[in-house]
Design a protein around this ligand. Structure first.
Ligand SMILES: [Zn+2]
Length: 330
C-alpha cells in the first residue's frame, strides 16, 4: 500500500502569507492515527545532470544542495543523515526508486520556484523516495554573496530539503502587500516560511529556532527527550476545541520563538524540543495567509489574538501540565 503525496511549494514572488508563526510536520493518516512522515534510513540522493537556463549548472546545484545538506546535518539536537550518491540522467518527479534533485523547465508553474514530491509507505509513514525540482525558468544565483535580482539556490535548497526530510511550512514570518499586488517579506522567523526567498538575499541559508525545533522533533538526537521540554494544552472558543489555531511559544530570556498548530478538533496542541524554561504563549489565527499552503482541511480563523493568562514552564525532560487558552470570535 503505497501512495505518492505531492507537496507543491508555492512561494513565488506573488503569493501570500502573514504575521503568524510555526513549524508543521508532514503527517500521514494511517488507520485514523496521524504518524510522522520521516526517513527511516539515511537519505541517499542523486543530482540530475540538467543545467538551468542562465548559466547555473547541474554542478552548481550539486554544490548548493551539498551546503544545504550540511546545514541540516549540523543541527546538534537532531540526527539528520544525507548522502550524495552521484549525478544522474534521471529527472525529478519520476517514481524510479531514486531520490533525485534537479533543474526542470516548468513554464506552467511560473510562480513555483521549486517543489518536493514523495513516495510514502502508507503503512508506517516512512518516506521511500523524494524528488525535488528547481524551476529552471527562474534566475538563480550561486554567488557567495548573492546576486541582485536572482534567487539564491542554496536558500531554496535548504527549504526544499526541509520538506524532503518531512517538514511542512512554518507560519513564522510577516509580509506586506506591494503596489503591484504581490507580497514582500518583511521578516521571516524560519527557513520553512513559505515565501521567504526574495531575490538577492542569502539570509535563508541559516536555520532558525523554529526550523531546528521542527527537525529535532522529527529526528531527535540521543538525549533530546531528557534535555528539552514541552508545552501542551488546548485552544477553545465558546467551550469548543479550535482546529488550526496557531500557538507561539516565546522564551522571554532568549527571544527564541517556536510554534505549532492545534491539530485536532479538541484544539489540542504540543510544542516540543524546547529549551527548558518559562514561555509566553500567544494564540493567533492563520488569517489572510494562503491557508491551503499549510492545511488541506478547513480551519477556524475567526478569532482574536489571545495570550495564555500566565507564563508556562517547559520542564526539562517532560511536558507542562496542559493549559487551556480561551479565544473569542472577531
Ligand atoms: Zn515550501
Amino acid at each position: 500500500m503505497r501512495l505518492v503525496a505531492r507537496l507543491l511549494a508555492a512561494w513565488a514572488m506573488v503569493s501570500a502569507s502573514t504575521p503568524v508563526e510555526a513549524y508543521l510536520k508532514l503527517g500521514a493518516s494511517i488507520d485514523g492515527r496521524v504518524v510522522d512522515v520521516t526517513w527511516r534510513a539515511p537519505v541517499r540522493y542523486f543530482v540530475s545532470d540538467a543545467d538551468a537556463d542562465g548559466g547555473v549548472s547541474a554542478s552548481d546545484l550539486r554544490g548548493a544542495v551539498s551546503r544545504a545538506s550540511a546545514t541540516w546535518q549540523a543541527v546538534s539536537s537532531a540526527t539528520v543523515r544525507l548522502e550524495f550518491l552521484g549525478m544522474t540522467a534521471a529527472v525529478p518527479g519520476m517514481v524510479d526508486g531514486r531520490t533525485t534533485l534537479g533543474f526542470q523547465d516548468r513554464p506552467e508553474l511560473d510562480r513555483v520556484l521549486a517543489a518536493t514530491s514523495f513516495l510514502i509507505d502508507t503503512t508506517d509513514g516512512a518516506i521511500v523516495e523524494a524528488d525535488v525540482f528547481f524551476n529552471s525558468r527562474f534566475k538563480w544565483s550561486v554567488a557567495a554573496a548573492g546576486t541582485p535580482g536572482r534567487v539564491d539556490l542554496e536558500s531554496v535548497a535548504l527549504h526544499e530539503l526541509g520538506h524532503l526530510l518531512g517538514l511542512s511550512h512554518s507560519a513564522l514570518g510577516e509580509t506586506e502587500l506591494t503596489g503591484s499586488g504581490g507580497r514582500r517579506v518583511i521578516a521571516s522567523g524560519a527557513v520553512m516560511f513559505p515565501i521567504a526567498m526574495a531575490p538577492g538575499t542569502i539570509a535563508d541559508r541559516v536555520l532558525q529556532a523554529d526550523d531546528r525545533a521542527g527537525i529535532s522533533d522529527l529526528y531527535p538526537a540521543t538525549g533530546q527527550l531528557t534535555s528539552t521540554g514541552g508545552i501542551t494544552g488546548r485552544v477553545t472558543k465558546n467551550g469548543q476545541g479550535l482546529l488550526g489555531a496557531h500557538v507561539v511559544a516565546l522564551n522571554p530570556e532568549t527571544g527564541a520563538m517556536v510554534a505549532n498548530f492545534a491539530l485536532n478538533a479538541k484544539g489540542e496542541f504540543a510544542i516540543v524540543r524546547l529549551e527548558p524554561g518559562p514561555y509566553i504563549l500567544r494564540v493567533e489565527p492563520l488569517d489572510d495567509a494562503e491557508v491551503e499552503s499549510f492545511f488541506s482541511t478547513a480551519i477556524d480563523v475567526d478569532f482574536r489574538v489571545a495570550y495564555a493568562s500566565r507564563m508556562v514552564v517547559a520542564p526539562r525532560g517532560g511536558a507542562s501540565a496542559p493549559i487551556e487558552i480561551k479565544v473569542v470570535p472577531k
